[in-house]
Design a protein around this ligand. Structure first.
Ligand SMILES: O=C(O)CCC(=O)C(=O)O
Ligand SMILES: [Fe+2]
Length: 714
């Protein structure tokens, strides 16, 4: 097989070991539970001699859809899997968790949550998971499920909580597919997927389907939408067919005239299909007969055979508009700028079909089989990520950013000249020091321009890591990182990079940040603690770091960052729990500790009350009661802001340094950084308390800077 062109040779197709082990074909059709009423099911097809059957046309053991069948652009999906499964083939793409399936590898399914992925009003992909519950039916060609949404979890089950909106985006997008005959792709997977068979992977791409029907039913007293999908290519066996299933009936032998029964409602005079065998019911929510059946009719559970077995003729010209995988877009990056958004989206492994996010800076690597897609990133000059006027401005000509809240600040052109020094002070909490750079320092030998190049040339070991707290398991950070020196939070021990082997550019950065840390700490009248850890972050276009603090108990009070490359905005705001004085955002329980920070909600009232408590005018219980009363009022106000307002929004440019100082600052405030441009690095130095780290790892944080790496502010 030629990996690059994706040509799969005939020999490969006949490669014996790639074929599925098939038991002799049964002469009986698999009759699904709900189709039991009709034993003359049209799915029966018998062929003992597989070599003469359509089967030999299938690639590898995937006796059905594969990458190219699906209009995809991945070169090959290996046909073997050592996974145990009850099905006869393997999916064209798969994933081990929800974050992988929506990592961008599948351009038609980028939904981090929910069952459907829509874009521009069109539904491109739909995930069948256990959430469909008993409402989901699947056989080898037909899928019936509820469309999801508007549910709440009750005893582990998703329960509809209101009538579903007929104008909702998902309903409209699926209805549009019914009307136009457009195709979408389905995925099956999750914890309790609805197919009672062992599937090869956690999440499995099924293939292309048409959306044949969308209708309303009464579920738990509410109007709920259901949808019927039908496999678009009926000529091939579905990979999810049970091992040993007969081949599908040849297309030419099928009865395309078979249609579901439709009857008119005596009350609303509208037609409704007979979906269930047990009874016909009106499927129009406005009608008094909606969802009603005769009293003695058993609960409708079995789909009517005509509804299940009717088929639409395939239209070969119909294809899904988006390619199966984003591999072609990723491959185009070779030789171009790899730092655009496609550069960090996932791709599908061309060996084993796994959806894999980009976790490494310079390549994609499959965590299952090790297959790699490497792209030699071109060197991006600083003039490609900064405008000429940004590169030419001298520090003294740059504008300081006024605070967005009433806090003390000063602008100083002298103390750190040629830098512009802007200091923001939060009384009793700490400070933020912004050291603005300009053309006078950036272009110097060993300075930021050179460092920006060095960072791209070196093998730093930048990786995207798993987010500790995330709604969707397996979610990765939206930036790459590598840690040097003392160990720091999420970095696992095997990734330890001591300063001893650190590249020159990391040590140069450290030298600058030692200087900036000292200046900031001393100007606050505090002791200077020399940093012993350096975190390098790399951002490609569209990446960022969301709101967080750097206040782990292993860290000292000063955090200094040097910014290189594209400009960015750094936002700082009070944490919600201190702003609202609540234990949890949106909750009712008050925080015991209420520092009453400048600018917090109901600041004056809360401060006055605190004073009364401290002066002994009220006791703790009165204090709590009165605080609850204060909180009640503003919360009833519809205008109560959901998120605390920002206090600072700094425009951080190439060469700038920002120092946050004060343990309380990290405790009460949080920051985020949103780069604006193709490529940016941030080097952040902190002091990790050695007493909190095992002795054997202390040496990692020791360093000796050469005279060139020491920085003196020039
Ligand atoms: O990218 C930046 O400038 C900030 C990085 C940061 O906040 C961190 O490393 O904790
Ligand atoms: Fe941070």
């Amino acid at each position: 097989m030629d990996i690059l062109t994706g040509v799969v040779t005939r020999n490969m197709l006949q490669d014996e070991h790639r074929r599925p082990k098939r038991s002799p074909t049964s002469t009986l059709a698999r009759v699904s539970k709900s189709a039991r009423l009709d034993t003359t099911t049209s799915l029966v097809s018998v062929s003992e001699d597989l070599s003469n059957s359509e089967f030999s046309n299938y690639k590898g053991s995937s006796c059905c859809e594969d990458a190219s069948d699906l209009g995809g652009d991945i070169s090959i999906v290996s046909s073997t899997t050592d996974r145990e499964s009850d099905v006869c083939g393997i999916p064209p793409a798969w994933a081990e968790n929800r974050a992988e399936i929506s990592c961008g590898a599948l351009p038609w399914f980028r939904a981090a949550q929910g069952a459907a992925y829509q874009n521009d009003g069109r539904c491109h992909g739909f995930l069948l998971s256990g959430d469909g519950g008993e409402h989901t039916y699947i056989d080898d060609e037909v899928v019936i499920t509820r469309i999801g949404g508007d549910c709440e979890k009750k005893k582990g089950q998703l329960v509809l909580r209101k009538d579903q909106n007929p104008q909702g985006a998902r309903v409209r997008a699926l209805r549009q597919l019914v009307e136009t005959g457009g195709l979408l792709r389905l995925i099956i997977g999750g914890e309790r997927h609805p197919l009672g068979r062992k599937l090869p992977y956690k999440y499995n791409v099924m293939g292309e389907f048409r959306t044949t029907h969308i209708w309303e039913e009464k579920v738990n007293g509410h109007a709920a939408y259901k949808v019927r999908f039908e496999k678009s290519d009926l000529s091939r066996m579905s990979w999810w067919a049970k091992k040993g299933s007969p081949l599908p009936l040849p297309v030419n032998d099928r009865d395309f005239e078979r249609k579901p029964i439709s009857s008119e409602c005596t009350e609303c005079n509208q037609e409704s299909l007979q979906v269930y065998s047990e009874a016909w019911m009106c499927l129009h929510r406005g009608c008094g007969q909606f969802g009603k059946v005769e009293k003695d009719v058993p609960r409708c559970r079995t789909f009517h055979p005509d509804f299940l077995q009717c088929r639409s003729r395939s239209t070969p010209s119909l294809k899904c508009p988006l390619p199966l995988s984003s591999n072609a877009a990723a491959r185009k990056l070779a030789g171009a700028s790899t730092f655009n958004e496609d550069g960090w989206k996932g791709i599908v492994c061309e060996e084993c079909g796994r959806c894999m996010p980009r976790t490494k800076w310079a390549y994609w690597e499959c965590p299952s089989c090790g297959w790699k897609l490497e792209i030699a990133p071109p060197l991006v000059g600083i003039d490609r990520v900064c405008l000429p006027k940004e590169l030419e401005a001298r520090a003294a000509e740059r504008k300081a950013c006024p605070p967005l809240w009433d806090i003390g600040w000063s602008v100083d052109k002298v103390s750190l000249s040629p830098y512009l020094l802007v200091t923001y002070r939060l009384e009793g909490v700490g400070s933020v020091t912004h050291i603005l750079a300009g053309s006078d320092t950036n272009g110097r030998p060993g300075g930021p321009n050179e460092m920006f190049r060095q960072l791209q040339e070196g093998e730093l070991g930048l990786e995207r890591r798993k987010l500790g707290a995330s709604l969707v398991g397996g979610t990765l950070t939206a930036h790459f990182s590598v840690n040097y020196g003392m160990p720091y939070k999420f970095i696992v021990p095997v990734d330890d990079h001591g300063f001893a082997g650190a590249p020159d550019v990391a040590l140069r950065g450290l030298g600058r940040l030692v200087w900036a840390t000292e200046k900031a700490a001393v100007s606050n009248g505090d002791r200077f603690e020399q940093p012993n850890e350096l975190l390098v972050l790399g951002y490609m276009k569209g990446m960022h770091i969301g709101y967080h603090d750097d206040g782990e108990d292993t860290l000292g009070p000063t955090v200094a960052t040097l910014s290189l490359g594209a400009k960015s905005v750094m936002r700082i705001r009070m944490k919600s729990k201190y702003y609202h004085g609540l234990k949890r955002k949106g909750g009712k329980t008050l925080r015991e500790e209420d520092p009453v920070l400048p600018g917090c909600m109901d600041e004056d009232l809360r401060r006055e009350l605190k004073r009364e408590l401290e002066d002994g005018l009220i006791d703790q219980s009165q204090y709590e009661l009165r605080r609850a009363q204060i909180r009640e009022d503003p919360f009833k106000r519809k205008t109560a802001p959901k998120d605390p307002p920002r206090i600072l929004e700094l425009n951080v440019a190439h060469g700038d340094m920002v120092v946050m100082h004060g343990a309380k600052f990290q405790k009460y405030y949080e920051h985020e950084v949103i780069p604006d441009g193709n490529l940016r690095f941030a080097l952040t130095a902190r002091y990790v308390k050695p007493e909190m780290i095992e002795n054997a790892r202390h040496a990692l944080g020791q360093f000796n800077l050469t005279p060139e790496q020491v920085y003196n502010g020039q």
